[in-house]
Design a protein around this ligand. Structure first.
Ligand SMILES: [Zn+2]
Length: 128
């Protein structure tokens, strides 16, 4: 965990972001959770550990990270904007049974057109 934090401090320094406690905690959450969380999910998860954290802070930090190009915003469902620390172009797959959003790297586009990915049936497809 310490290693992640060191990398984030370095990344913040490069992007000229002051490494405040809340900023680092939120970035650390995104770097270590690949669940493409919404702001609300991040708030609920971190506020137990950090009682001083407010929803507004979470929203502000996410906006800052996005403006600095450290996270990308995803519009996958009506749960709200989800955040992804992986800013490389990649596909996302949402399972309608468990609700999880997965990363699909190096996916073969023809398999999507056949509407089958990793043994999952593709019900709808969204390109952006
Ligand atoms: Zn992703």
């Amino acid at each position: 965990m310490e290693n992640v934090k060191d990398k984030l401090i370095e990344l913040f320094r490069k992007k000229k972001i002051k490494p405040s406690y809340h900023r680092l905690k939120i970035a650390e959450y995104l770097a270590t959770h690949k669940n493409h969380p919404t702001a609300e999910m991040i708030y609920e998860s971190l506020s137990q550990e950090i009682p001083t954290l407010s929803r507004t802070t979470v929203y502000n930090v996410l906006k800052l990270l996005k403006d600095k190009g450290l996270v990308q915003e995803l519009n996958i469902d009506d749960k709200g904007i989800r955040y992804d620390f992986d800013i490389s172009p990649h596909a996302h797959f949402k399972c309608i049974i468990c609700g999880r959003v997965y990363d699909l790297h190096g996916i073969d586009f023809s398999s999507i057109m056949k509407r089958e990915v990793d043994g999952h049936k593709v019900l709808s497809l969204q390109l952006n």
